[in-house]
Structures are given as C-alpha cells and as structure tokens.
Design a protein around this ligand. Structure first.
Ligand code: NAD
Length: 513
C-alpha cells in the first residue's frame, strides 16, 4: 500500500469524515485512503485559504515565482515517487505518467512563473473616442481571491493539479478537489509545495466525492472544472446560482480526417498513438477516424497491424507495456457497451474487442470498421482504447461527419497539402485542430486550449488561462486641469447643437448602402 505523507497543506484528517479507499485498477489492490470531506470541513479550508491569500498576493510575481520554480525542481527530483503514485492510483503505464504528467507539471511551473507577470501586466489602452481624449486608459488584473479547482481521474497531475499553478501564480489561494478515484497525486503535490516554501494554506486539497465538489463551489470566488459534460452542466448551474465565474473543460469525441494525399504511415502511427495512449482515457484522444476511400484499405491495414502489436497489462517499470489499465472500473462497461453495440449494428472488430483478463480492469486495444453515426461508438465519448474507422468519399464528407457531433474539443487533419489542411482545420468545429499531428498542441502552454460546443466554456493556457483567475479592472484617469473641468450642466441649445454637428462629422460618413 502506497503511503502518502499527509502534510499540513493537504486535507486535514478529521474524525467525522468517512474514508474513501483508493484502488489500483491494474491490480485491484487498495493503495491508500482519503477522507470524504463534508461542507463544514470545506468551509474551514476556505476560511484558511482566504486568511492567507492577501500575504501571498503581496509577495508579488517575483516572490511567488521563486516558490513555483523550487516546486518545478522538486517535481524533477521526486519524479519516480510521483510516477509511482500516479501509476498506483490510475493503473496507467510508466510512460503515460512520465510523458503526459511529470513533463506537463514540471514545464507548467516554469511557464507560469515566467509568464504570469507578462500576461497580468497592466495594459494601456488607446481609444478612438474624442470624449476621452487626453485621459489615461488601462486594464489591470487582480487575483479573485479563493479559487476552487475540481478535477477528473484520468490525469491527476496534469488536469487536476495543473490548473492550480496559474491560479496561484496570479496570487490566489486554491482549494483542489481531486477525483475521489485518484486523489493521492494531489496530496503529493501538496507536499511538493510545502517543501518548496509555499505559505501554509495557499494550496489545500479537499478530498471527497461529488458532494464535496458541490460544497466547494458554495465557498469559492471562482470554479475551474475539468470532467464530463454531464457534471459540467451541474457545476455551471451551481456556479450560476452564486453568480461566480466558472471555466469548464469537458468531454470530447475528437475526429481525425485522413485525406488521400496524406503520409499514411504518419497518419496511422498518429491514429494508434493518440487513440491508445493512456488507454484512450484522454479528453483529446482520437476517438473516430474518417479516411478517404482511395487510402482507406492501406490505412486500416497499417493501423490494425500496429494496434495488434501493442502490449497491454500491469506495467513493471519503463518500457514494459504500451497500454495500461482502465482507471475507473465503470468506464470498462461504457467501452464494452460501445463496442458490443456497434457490432450488433453491423460493425466489425479487426483486433481486440473485449475486456482483458483480471484481476485489474482492462479493455483490449480495439479497431472497429464498418461503423456509422447511428452507433454510440461514433457519437458518444467512449474514453477507452478503441479506434472506429469510417470510409468517406471525399474531404467534404469527412468535414460534415467530423462536425456531426455535440462535442467540439479537438480534431486532426492529415494531408501533405498543408495549406489545404489549414483551410480544412478552420472549418472543423473544434477548439483546437492539428494538421499532420494530434494532441501535441496541449504542451504548447502559450496556445489556448478549450472546447467548442458541449466540450466546454473558456480555456486553459495562454493569456486567457491565467486572466480567468483574475478580476479584470478598467481604469480611466483624468489629469486634474481646472480649465477643463466637467461642466456640461446646464444644457444649452448651443452646446447641444455643437455636439450634434461633431457626432455627425465623426460618425456620419459610414456606408450609405
Ligand atoms: P466527472 O464529471 O465524473 O467528475 C469530475 C469531478 O467532478 C470529480 O472530481 C467528481 O467528484 C466531481 N463531481 C461530481 N459531481 C459533482 C457535482 N455535482 N458538483 C461538483 N463536482 C462534482 O468526470 P470524470 O469521469 O472524473 O472524468 C472523465 C471526463 O473528464 C471525460 O468526459 C473527459 O473527457 C473529461 N476531461 C476533460 C478534459 C478537458 O480538458 N476538456 C480533461 C480531462 C478529462
């Protein structure tokens, strides 16, 4: 059983809270347990977070960056311990933890330490209005205060803890409510911050289930949520009742389009990696592929051969398996339902297609063909190691089908004609689109990442990814000049007529069509 050292930063041990067991889904073994906090305990965390926030803000960007950069080094120094914890509570492979969690966490600490001052610097604004001529106009950003962050189980470091970094870099206190399925990584990150010199109470973890998440929304100044679209809707409603801002990163059904002129080897490698990596449990996984008819057979043959060669199982360290376990046991039922449902409706399984052998929770890497949009495998988020492939006549049909979805998180287009690829990318209804690549845009922290349609509201990364944790304030400064004092009253016919002429001169030259 993994022992996670509880630090003063992390969840307070409470006598009244029930405990939630954390299970390694690859082995079925209990690896830890955390308290299921209720509203009173969340309220106590909130009071502590609010009490310490002004001093944290007062440290300034430089003072905060020092601590964040120490934390960056801590992550690298303790990477094996963090990877062990992530692997033990998610059942993912060593490489899935290393590539998509450690590397993200470490780079994000450095990125926000360096870029927070730039993104949150006061901005001078020029106005075309003659009515504010000579006045100083600016936008400034102040931390909102106490931020609540609620995360999913698939990336306990990247998608739960990751958003805490810009929130803290902006000068806020943060309470993180990790998924009840994978809470241990958040507690290690609390230790990371404590040992890096973070003032106590700036970062706290509220372990618990959905009710703990709801209680958190009731106490914070802003909520950042990552999870399913169904829960995201509930979070938005709760936030709306309190009129606090909320940012939502939700589910997806990401399409890949493979055109006849694509490099088929590259497209097939991408389709396999970006659908099977993390056992397909990535919000921006490739979940469906549309291939132009002339290259369909070649693409399907390559993909099937590559998927067939993947090793799946309980990892025994670096280089041991490509595909790990399903982290959340009920997810196996969803994946199985999508595959069986598609087969019942006429799809064919070319490889995989069933649960893996126990005691852990696995689903075999699966390739499906002869699929269509009446099947759940093509229109609902599967979130598993499956790749349904559909033949299309041409690019127009591929775009139409890619857009035939309630989701709009990310997408990819494969073609050697990159200009055409860019044009097609602009027509796909998704928050992020890659040409001849997939998913890798996520590591470019300068690039906003957020969903279209039911895949989310708002975005992470880039300027917007930190400004959302701030109150934007517009400031207008008039220099005092007694000769130009404001004395519009009393209105006189002369001044009113003069103003009318001025507005006519300024704005009367618009189009007369
Ligand atoms: P989920 O929606 O079931 O749970 C997410 C979190 O919400 C958990 O911490 C849960 O305890 C909490 N929660 C549940 N009910 C709540 C409520 N009423 N109020 C407040 N909090 C509540 O999601 P999941 O199954 O943990 O994660 C998988 C989903 O997350 C997938 O749909 C995936 O696409 C999505 N996801 C999206 C992104 C993204 O960036 N867009 C990233 C990772 C995962």
């Amino acid at each position: 059983m993994t022992t996670v050292k509880q630090s003063p930063q992390s969840t307070p041990a409470t006598s009244s809270a029930e405990m939630i067991d954390v299970i390694n889904p690859a082995t079925g073994q209990v690896v830890g347990s955390v308290p299921d906090l209720g509203p009173a305990e969340v309220q106590a965390l909130a009071e502590r977070g609010r009490a310490v926030q002004p001093a944290w803000e007062a440290l300034g960007f430089e003072g905060r960056a020092k601590i964040l950069l120490r934390a960056q080094k801590w992550v690298i120094d303790h990477k094996e311990e963090i990877i062990d914890t992530i692997v033990s509570e998610t059942g993912k492979t060593y490489e899935d933890a290393q590539l998509a969690e450690i590397s993200y966490g470490a780079s994000a600490f450095g990125f926000w330490a360096k870029n927070a001052p730039k993104y949150l610097a006061d901005q001078k604004v020029k106005s075309a209005s003659v009515m504010v001529k000579g006045k100083k106009l600016m936008v400034s950003y102040r931390p909102l205060g106490l931020i609540g962050i609620i995360g999913p189980w698939n990336y306990p470091l990247t998608n739960s803890f990751g958003d805490c970094i810009p929130a803290m870099a902006a000068g806020n206190s943060v309470i993180l409510k990790p998924s009840e399925v994978t809470p241990l990584t958040s507690l290690i990150m609390a230790r990371c911050l404590e040992e890096s010199g973070m003032p106590s109470g700036v970062f706290q973890v509220a372990t618990g289930r959905g009710d703990t998440g709801r209680a958190l929304i009731d106490t914070v100044d802003m909520i950042m949520f990552t999870g399913s679209t169904a829960t995201g809707r509930k979070v938005a409603v709760t936030a709306a009742e309190r009129l606090i801002p909320c940012s939502l990163e939700l589910g997806g059904k990401d399409p890949m389009i493979v055109l006849r002129d694509a490099d088929i080897e590259r497209a097939a490698n991408s389709a396999v990696f970006f659908s099977m990596q993390n056992s397909g449990q990535t919000c921006i996984s490739t979940e469906r592929v549309y291939v132009e008819a002339p290259v369909y057979d070649e693409f399907v043959a390559k993909v099937t051969e590559k998927v067939n060669a993947l090793r799946q199982g309980v990892g025994s360290g670096p280089g041991s398996v490509e595909v790990g376990a399903m982290t959340f046991p009920p997810q196996v039922d969803i994946v199985e339902g999508h595959v069986n449902g598609a087969v019942a409706q006429g799809a064919r399984v070319l490889t995989g297609g069933k649960r893996g052998s126990g005691p852990g929770d696995f689903f075999e890497p699966t390739v499906l063909v002869d699929v269509d949009h009446s099947m759940a495998a093509m229109n609902e988020e599967t979130f598993g190691p499956t790749l349904p492939i559909m033949k299309v006549e041409d690019a127009e049909e591929a775009i139409r089908l890619a857009n035939d979805s309630e989701f709009g998180l990310a997408a990819s287009v494969f073609t050697k004609d990159v200009e055409r690829g860019e044009q097609i990318a602009k027509r796909v209804q998704a928050g992020a689109v890659c040409v001849n690549d997939a998913m890798i845009n996520y590591v470019a922290l300068e690039l906003p990442m957020g969903g279209a349609k039911t895949s989310g509201i708002g975005s992470r990364h880039g300027a917007g990814g930190i400004r959302k944790f701030c109150q934007q304030q517009s400031i207008l400064i008039s220099r005092f000049n007694p000769k130009r004092d404001i004395h519009m009253f009393p209105y006189t016919e002369t001044t009113t007529n003069r103003l009318g002429k001025l507005f006519g001169f300024l704005y009367g030259r618009g189009s007369r069509d």
